[in-house]
Design a protein around this ligand. Sequence first.
Ligand code: NI
Length: 274
Amino acid sequence: MALRFERVSLSIETLNAEHGTLSMTDSVLLTKRIEFSSSHRYIRPEWDEAKNRAAFGLCYNPPAHGHNYLLEVTVFGEIDRQTGMVVNLFDLKRVLLDVIEEFDHKNLNLDMPYFKDRIPTSENLALVLWTKLAPQPDIGVLQTVRLCEDEDLYAEVTAAAGLDVAAVTRRYSFTAIQDGKQGCEWDCFITVRGPIDPTTGMVTDIGALDRVVQDKVVQSFDRQDLRQVFGVQQVTGGQLAERIWNSLASDITSGHLVNIRLVRSRDLFFDYAG
Ligand code: NI
């Protein structure tokens, strides 16, 4: 059996916010998750080893490395009055299984025609999966393809932003004292959007992003009392997200910053988008 794990997860949200409540004529977004495994390697054959290592770091290591990808596919449609469904979930599951089968337990560099001339980064793989899913007649209107490489990195292609760009989100963590009591752990999700570089296959240089976040965010706030850092009596999560945005926005040189999400717990998070 090819697939390691398959999971149904639905998140339904009304798009007609002005109505306030969900009625049977509302359009909704529906997200389904599915997991598959592939291996890949980042390499430009025309570059020497030093240049490949400088650009791709550990991802250049031969022969390849594997990921358990989590694919989240969001479709859009009106709820069918007779079935109560946006799309038939059995059809959606069948289409996803059919599409994923081609990629599961494959070496993306060697086994896939899509990556003969482009590096199988998460951004490029998300875009390829979009082109495979979008024409499918039984899954509604495709809105978002989010491909999670692991818990710390995902790439996203959306209808709203257009297919000439992609977004990558990277997770960082630090512990900070916020209210004078014990330190609390923050997960900070930083999203950068831009065109996929045809040479590197990336929206932004992840190594450079890691360095600037380490320098401007982690070193500034980790194990610090935020009231002293900010010079105020109380620091909210929203203020912290805004401070992180302001300290990063001008230092991201490829792609542009589109969102900061600070997660304090599963019940409490803050978004800041400039
Ligand atoms: Ni990888």
